[in-house]
Write a protein that binds this ligand. Structure first.
Ligand code: KG4
Ligand code: ZN
Length: 335
C-alpha cells in the first residue's frame, strides 16, 4: 500500500511516499528556518503563507522521487494536529483535494503518534510493548505503547518543552535559531561539568525546564565571563540527565525491555549516546531513529497512516484539524 504523507504542522513543509508503513520511497523536507530565524522563533502567519507557497512543489517532488503518479497512490495522509492551526490547514486541505481528485482514502494523522512511529521506519521488526520519549519544540512526554494504537502517557512537561528550552537558552546565549542543533554542536567542545545546573523532580515521571532556564540566565548574569561552550554543555547535560532519568523510570515501572526516542530533540547527540548507554547498562534495546526522521518529516506521517488505516479505516473528509490534539488510543484499540 503506497501512501503519500504530508506534514505542515509547524515550520517544515514536508511530503513523502512510504510503502506499507515501513519502506520510504521518497522524503522531501523544505525547511522555513531562514524565514523565522530573525524572529528567534516560528511566526505562525509566516509559516502558513510559506506552506501555501511550497506545498505543491514539495508534493510533486515527493511523487517524482518516489516514482509514483497520483493515480498509483492507495491513500493520502496529512498531519491534522497538534500544531499551528493555519499551518495544519494547508497540509490537510492539500491531502483532501488529492483524495477527492484521485478517489482514494484520506487519513488524518496525529503528529505525536507520527514521531513515535518514526522508530518503525528505522526498525521494521520493532514490537510493542515499548516506552517512547517524544521530545520536540512543542512537546515533551514519555509514552508507554502497550500495543499498536494503545498508548498511556506516563509523564509530560509541566512547563516548557525540551526543544523550547534549548531554543530559549540558545537565544539568551546569542546563538542561532533553532537553538538545539547550535547547543549540540557547541557542547562538543565545552565542559559539561563546568556548572551544576538543577535537575527537576528526580525520580518522578513529569518534566520541568523553566527552573533550569532561569538558573542558566542567573548564572550568566553572575558570571558573564564563563565560556559559552561550557554553559551550553552544562545546560545540555542537565536537560539530557532529566530526559534519560524519566525515560528509564517509566521503563522500570512498565517493565519494558525496549525504549525508543522521537521528535526534534531526539537528534541531540548527547541524548542519543546516553539513551544507548543506559539501555545497554540495564539490558534493554534502544531504537534511535536517524536524524532526518527525528525532526518533522512526511515519512513519519505516511508510516503512521498505514497503521491507523489498517486499524480504523479512512478519516472522514468532513473531519477538521485540532491544534491541541492529544495522543489518544485508536478507536478500535479501546476497551
Ligand atoms: O520535532 P521538531 O522538528 O518540530 C516540532 O514538532 O516541534 O522539533 C524541533 C525542535 C526545536 O526546538 C529544535 O531546537 C530541536 O527540536 N532540535 C534539537 C536538535 N535538533 C533539533 N535539540 C537538541 N539537539 C539537537 N541536535
Ligand atoms: Zn514534531
Amino acid at each position: 500500500m503506497r501512501i503519500l504523507g504530508i506534514e505542515t504542522s509547524c515550520d517544515e513543509t514536508a511530503a513523502a511516499v512510504v510503502e506499507d508503513g515501513r519502506i520510504v520511497r521518497s522524503s522531501v523536507v523544505s525547511s522555513q528556518v531562514d524565514l523565522h530565524a530573525r524572529f528567534g522563533g516560528v511566526v505562525p502567519e509566516i509559516a502558513s503563507r510559506a506552506h501555501v507557497e511550497l506545498i505543491t512543489e514539495v508534493i510533486e517532488e515527493a511523487l517524482v522521487e518516489g516514482g509514483v503518479e497520483v493515480g498509483e497512490l492507495d491513500a493520502v495522509a496529512a498531519c491534522h494536529g497538534p500544531g499551528l492551526a493555519g499551518a495544519l490547514l494547508v497540509g490537510v486541505s492539500a491531502a483532501k483535494a488529492i483524495a477527492l481528485a484521485a478517489e482514494i482514502p484520506y487519513v488524518g494523522v496525529n503528529h505525536l503518534e507520527a514521531h513515535l512511529y518514526a522508530a518503525w521506519l528505522e526498525e521494521p521488526s520493532l514490537e510493542p510493548p515499548l516506552v517512547v520519549l517524544i521530545v520536540s519544540g512543542g512537546h515533551t512526554l514519555v509514552v508507554v505503547m502497550e500495543d499498536h494504537g494503545r498508548y498511556r502517557v506516563a509523564g509530560q512537561t509541566v512547563d516548557d518543552a525540551a526543544g523550547e528550552a534549548f531554543d530559549k537558552v540558545a537565544r539568551f546565549l546569542g546563538l542561532g535559531y533553532p537553538g538545539g542543533p547550535e547547543i549540540d554542536r557547541l557542547s562538543i567542545t565545552g565542559d559539561a561539568t563546568a556548572v551544576r545546573f538543577p535537575r527537576a523532580m528526580p525520580g518522578e515521571v513529569d518534566f520541568s525546564f523553566a527552573g533550569l532556564k532561569t538558573a542558566v540566565v542567573n548564572h550568566v548574569r553572575r558570571s558573564p565571563d564563563d565560556a559559552v561552550g561550557d554553559i551550553a554543555a552544562s545546560f545540555q547535560e542537565a536537560v539530557v540527565d532529566q530526559l534519560v532519568n524519566k525515560l528509564f523510570v517509566v521503563a522500570d515501572e512498565a517493565g519494558a525491555q525496549t525504549v525508543a526516542i522521537g521528535g526534534g530533540v531526539a537528534a541531540n547527540s548527547r541524548l542519543r549516546a546516553r539513551v544507548a548507554e543506559q539501555a545497554t547498562a540495564t539490558g534493554r534495546k534502544a531504537f534511535l531513529p536517524p536524524l532526518d526522521l527525528c525532526t518533522d518529516n512526511g515519512a513519519m506521517i505516511a508510516a503512521t497512516a498505514w497503521w491507523r488505516f489498517l486499524a480504523d479505516g479512512p478519516t472522514s473528509l468532513h473531519a477538521g484539524i485540532d491544534p491541541n490534539m492529544g495522543l489518544s488510543t485508536y478507536p478500535s484499540a479501546r476497551g
